[in-house]
Design a protein around this ligand. Structure first.
Ligand code: ZN
Length: 284
């Protein structure tokens, strides 16, 4: 995989070309070395230990190491009515450069390059979304699913996605609207449908719709509320109740197969997806 993409990578110090050097990767211009760890080129590494006291965050880290279990639970407990990234890229030819920014361990398609802050197994590039080590106009498609809210400065991150995309290249994004705080390890933002349009104004909009519907939004808020009032102010009890109600309320989410289609559902969708292409002229 790395052999296929090394020519599209660039040095973060001097924007020079990179090439294989011993077991690592080296900048041919300034000589900076980027280690390869777990099969990922490491441009950036962040410490996640700060949040290890949180039970749910610990559980997330555990599940990230067990991807099959993670995605089984993810699709069992949530109902998502919007177009998936897999579907969105079905017409992008195999072997194109498709980058999933802040991917986690998800495998959308076997030729998709996973970029994440942490070199987990299954990550190809460990890098910050605000400073991608990819050359200008090098990517055929960029994906970023439910991750922009965890990035401190989402506008520069979107500008980076714009920079690395080829003209006409495809972008696929999911952003949350009505959802409680969820650390991963941090959580900063939510977007309305109008907010999504504003954030991606430099892209030609192809599709903008509900990904997680109003029932999912409602059950997740109800779950949080029940967990808060039943917790008696114990953080541990709150997290346990939160998981219990996640399971109990999950079946109601199937109602979204009907209600996500209603026009007014935009007003309290759980999340939106956006599909666009890179325009050559940008709007200020
Ligand atoms: Zn360099």
């Amino acid at each position: 995989m790395l052999k296929r993409i090394v020519n599209s990578l660039m040095c973060l110090s001097c924007q020079g070309d990179l090439s294989f050097y011993d077991k690592d990767i080296k900048c041919v211009k300034c000589g900076r070395i980027y280690k390869i760890k777990n099969g990922a080129v490491v441009f950036h590494e962040e410490n996640t230990k700060d949040q290890s006291d949180s039970f749910i965050f610990g559980l997330k880290i555990f599940l990230k190491k067990h991807p099959k279990l993670f995605f089984f639970l993810f699709y069992m407990l949530g109902v998502f009515t919007g177009k998936t990234s897999k579907k969105a890229i079905e017409h992008v030819p195999r072997g194109s450069l498709i980058v999933n920014v802040a991917s986690g361990i998800k495998v959308i398609r076997e030729d998709v390059i996973n970029v994440d802050l942490h070199p987990f197994l299954g990550i190809h590039i460990a890098a910050d979304a605000q400073k991608l080590p990819l050359k200008n106009s090098s990517c055929d498609a960029v994906i970023c699913e439910a991750s922009l809210e965890h990035i401190k400065n989402p506008v520069p991150a979107v500008q980076e996605m714009y920079r690395v995309l080829k003209n006409g290249g495809l972008i696929y994004i999911i952003v949350p609207f009505i959802q409680g705080f969820h650390s991963s390890p941090s959580d900063y933002y939510r977007w309305t449908k109008e907010g999504v349009k504003e954030l991606f104004k430099n892209f030609e909009e192809k599709e903008l719709g509900i990904f997680g519907g109003p029932t999912y939004a409602f059950t997740s808020v109800l779950r949080e509320w029940l967990a808060i009032i039943l917790s008696f102010n114990s953080e541990f009890a709150y997290q346990i109740f939160s998981l219990v109600f996640l399971v109990i309320l999950a079946p109601f989410n199937f109602l979204d197969y009907v209600f996500s289609r209603y026009k007014s559902a935009d007003n309290m969708a759980s999340s939106f997806y956006f599909i666009g292409t890179k325009k050559s002229k940008i709007n200020r």
